[in-house]
Design a binder for this molecule. Structure first.
Ligand code: NAD
Length: 285
């Protein structure tokens, strides 16, 4: 069988960032510098790395970013107050609360405290509802990035069967809504699904967002399917791999590598959401 086409997320992310930079500079010329605030609570090591990447990419895309570092011991009321401050700050167009938050902090309550117009992670209930009702809002970054990748590679979506493995609030569920809006037929599998492999085998487009290395083997992938591997798993030897085994990838017509597939698109989509939020704020005046 022919080797699968590797979907180059780094390259697509680069061109998306270029578009973001063009739009950010246009806004800056009109006196508005798009601003992103990343709220980092505590010192979760992976979060620190993600936040650094986001800062660097924002800077490269002409978006002003600030990291609001708060101690792990912060109270809910103090965190709420910090978020209100950012909601009211006209120089901040996008706010991202880096997850996970410490156990004593209520994530849902915290996200609900964001101004939905600044919720560039697309997790506020207002934006979640907008996604289901097909109204304008900010969409979660990873699903948005996946749609962008599929479009960049001219993958037909309309009328096709998309099977999503995983139903998380940040990936699986919103991705299902976006694919449905793009006229795909969507099946979502999760840990209680009786036979995920049997569903996966039916997919024209198979997206795995589970977090189990090597889960998706050849018997899960219909020959010629498009496979998007969202998983980011660290093996004991330190290697980062996705959910899709080599045998699964071999069946695919196209596949995203890990790293270098969906990951870069998530960050680029965050910047795209930020510039979009700034454009909308400008229109509102
Ligand atoms: P999660 O970790 O919250 O949940 C995993 C999901 O997988 C659950 O919905 C569970 O029901 C489902 N699941 C478990 N076993 C299954 C099976 N056999 N068949 C089908 N579904 C099954 O999900 P998450 O936060 O979306 O993360 C999933 C993976 O994606 C992780 O590896 C995470 O690191 C990665 N991730 C990557 C990015 C990126 O930018 N590339 C972004 C977010 C998450």
């Amino acid at each position: 069988m022919a080797m699968p086409t590797i979907i180059d997320g780094k390259q697509v992310a680069r061109s998306l960032r270029k578009d973001v930079r063009r739009r950010a500079r246009k806004l800056a010329a009109a006196g508005i510098v798009p601003g992103l605030a990343v709220v980092l609570v505590g010192d979760h090591p992976a979060s620190a790395i993600y936040v650094r990447i986001k800062e660097r990419m924002a800077h490269k895309s002409s978006i002003r970013s600030q990291v609001v570092r708060l101690p792990a011991t912060i109270t809910q009321a103090e965190l709420d107050a910090a978020i209100v401050g950012l909601n009211l700050d006209p120089a901040v167009h996008g706010i991202l609360v880096q997850l996970p938050l410490p156990d004593h902090i209520d994530v849902q309550h915290t996200i609900a405290g964001l101004d939905p117009a600044k919720d560039v992670d697309g997790l506020h209930p207002h934006n979640a509802a907008a996604l289901l009702r097909r109204q304008d809002g900010l969409s979660p970054c990873t699903p948005r990035g996946i749609l962008h990748l599929l479009r960049a590679y001219d993958v037909p979506i309309e009328g096709r069967h998309a099977v999503i493995l995983g139903r998380s609030v940040i990936v699986g569920r919103p991705l299902g809504a976006l694919l449905l809006a793009a006229n795909a037929t969507v099946t979502t599998c999760h840990r209680h699904t009786l036979d995920s492999a049997a569903h996966a085998r039916q997919a024209d487009i198979l997206i795995s967002a589970v977090g189990i290395p090597g889960l998706v083997t050849s018997s899960w992938v219909r020959p010629g399917a498009i496979v998007i591997d969202v998983g980011i798993n660290r093996l004991p030897n330190g290697e980062i791999v996705g959910d899709v085994a080599d045998s699964g990838a071999a069946n695919a017509a196209m596949i995203t590598p890990v790293p270098g597939g969906v990951g870069p698109m998530t960050v680029a989509s965050l910047l795209a959401n930020t510039v979009e939020a700034a454009e909308r704020a400008t229109k509102r005046g």
